[in-house]
Design a protein around this ligand. Structure first.
Ligand SMILES: Nc1ncnc2c1ncn2[C@@H]1O[C@H](COP(=O)(O)OP(=O)(O)OP(=O)(O)O)[C@@H](O)[C@H]1O
Ligand SMILES: [Mg+2]
Length: 222
């Protein structure tokens, strides 16, 4: 971790249904480069919405949000920001069922100038690092939940992102597999010097972070 903020959010407001639902209510948040932050809070408190704003999957209504040098309130296409800077890991891993493990990991590289050979080699290297070196050509439907989540982690890392956004990555797994995934994320955080933001409902998972952010009703309460 160093002292540079990779994320700076000021008075951010995100509402849905023409303001009827305020999912983020004046959020202020700074996150340092290389920091590991966990986000906790009840269902509906705005955790996923906040990750979606940071990853430019959706845009806020008011306030400012700067991530990795990009002003995300600008009116433009952020797909290159997403593929270069962000690795997403969701609760349900969003793998493409008829592609192999290796092909799924290569998807974010399709937007880069990498050759086929580079893509195949990078996918193999990452799948080996998550202990799936013997499953490169298997499709996700023939793999366990934990194995699928490990593919999703490999996919999130493929373009060397500066930020990993993980939305309850252990939520759909039993506690033993959840522990393995958590340990893997911690190792990656240590080794790759990546900023890790992890949404979780579990205290013991949250406690492994440098800092815990608690949300309630669209606000950060601590
Ligand atoms: N696309 C949408 N359209 C309308 N309302 C939405 C939309 N997405 C989220 N919301 C609302 O915004 C609020 C925050 O939702 P969000 O998904 O961020 O909660 P969360 O903290 O991630 O909850 P959970 O722990 O259940 O995943 C909720 O009231 C939700 O109903
Ligand atoms: Mg959520």
């Amino acid at each position: 971790m160093n002292n540079e903020n990779i994320i700076e959010i000021k008075n951010l407001i995100k509402s849905y249904d023409l303001g009827g639902i305020v999912a983020l209510d004046q959020i202020n948040l700074e996150i340092k480069k290389g920091e590991f932050v966990s986000i906790m809070g009840p269902s509906g408190s705005g955790k996923s919405t906040l990750l979606n704003m940071i990853g430019a999957l959706d845009q806020a209504n008011e306030g400012s949000i700067k991530v990795a040098g990009y002003d995300l309130m600008e009116n433009k296409d952020f797909s290159s920001f997403r593929s270069k800077e962000i690795g997403f890991i969701f609760q349900l891993h969003n793998l493409i069922p008829n592609l192999t493990a290796s092909e799924n990991v290569q998807i974010p590289m399709l937007q880069t100038t990498s050759s086929d050979e580079e893509m195949i080699n990078r996918a193999a290297e990452l799948l080996k690092s998550v202990n799936l070196g013997n499953r490169l050509d298997q499709v996700p439907t023939k793999l366990s939940g934990g194995e699928r989540q490990r593919i999703a982690i490999a996919r999130a890392l493929v373009n060397h992102p500066s930020i990993i956004l993980a939305d309850e990555p252990t939520g759909a797994l039993d506690s033993k597999m959840g522990d393995i995934i958590l340990e893997l994320l911690r190792e990656i955080h240590k080794k790759e010097d990546v900023t890790l933001i992890l949404v979780t409902h579990e205290d013991y998972v949250a406690k492994s972070a440098d800092r815990i952010i608690s949300m309630m009703d669209g606000k950060i309460i601590s």
